[in-house]
Write a protein that binds this ligand. Structure first.
Ligand SMILES: [Zn+2]
Length: 266
């Protein structure tokens, strides 16, 4: 098959498959070796918002305590998109507009996600960079910017602009990979951006707290989506009864982490 027809086939496959909750893009083909043509594939997840509950009392499912419910944010060929758990994940924080103690909150949440996924997170220091959608690179690079988590507001960040008033935060990640001539695809999440709405006056810990919001958004950053089970921290509306990761949240994180093996993208 000629290179041109291979590329046509690759394009058709991409279009037919689509990529749920992601903006699929494809760049020019790169030849990795004589017998394989690897076509770049890339996309972003989300943005995913988490809302503050507007109800006084939230209905809980009868089985909530033992629920193991979770969902993946984006999948590629049936597999969840995730960071390579065998490579340290670098992260940075913008706490200038956050509450006193904000950095400790973020470090605690990152440590919890690192533990649940079996990954290593390296803090590279504070930044003044505003968490915006444009923080994420649009194409594959030699190296990627660290995961950015920070407080901002709708006047400065497009991730929060125009959102309902109950929105506490937004997260988006970016993944890059390749499509082989046989159509199979392999990609990894390379970085993410999390915007925490500084105008929400939340406590640092406990239910509906900055710790809970950070855990939820980091869940998105590493590849979890929203679950229908409203007792889980990964529900689209923050549970009012807990600020900790629940059974389903922890199961989902485990399946995105070291236990699922390394992700080696050519
Ligand atoms: Zn969410």
């Amino acid at each position: 098959m000629s290179l041109t027809s291979l590329l046509r086939l690759a394009s058709a496959t991409l279009a037919a498959l689509g990529v749920a909750t992601a903006l699929g893009t494809a760049g020019p083909a790169v030849t990795a070796s004589d017998d394989s043509v690897l076509r770049p594939v890339a996309g972003t997840s989300g943005p995913e918002a988490v809302q503050r509950s507007r109800q006084v009392r939230q209905r809980q499912a009868a089985t909530a305590a033992s629920s193991n419910s979770y969902a993946f944010g984006s999948t590629l060929d049936g597999k969840p998109l995730r960071f390579d758990p065998c490579t340290p994940i670098r992260w940075t924080a913008n706490t200038g507009s956050g509450p006193a103690g904000g950095l400790t909150v973020l470090k605690t949440a990152v440590a919890e996600v690192a533990r649940r996924t079996g990954t290593t997170w390296t803090y590279v220091g504070n930044t003044s960079t505003v968490p915006r959608a444009s923080y994420l690179p649009g194409s594959a690079q030699e190296s990627y910017p660290p995961v950015l988590i920070g407080w901002t507001d709708g006047s400065r960040s497009d991730l929060l602009a125009g959102q309902p008033s109950g929105t506490l935060a937004m997260a988006r990640n970016a993944w890059f990979g390749v499509q082989r001539p046989d159509g199979t695809r392999l990609a990894a999440v390379r970085t993410a951006v999390v915007a925490l709405d500084r105008t929400d006056r939340l406590p640092l810990t406990g239910p509906v707290s900055w710790t809970a919001v950070a855990l939820h958004e980091l869940g998105h950053a590493v590849g979890l989506g929203h679950t229908e089970d409203r007792s889980q921290l990964m529900a689209s509306v923050m549970p009012r009864t807990t600020g900790a990761l629940q059974v389903g949240d922890r199961t989902g994180l485990t399946k995105l982490g070291r236990e699922a093996g390394c992700v080696t993208v050519p």
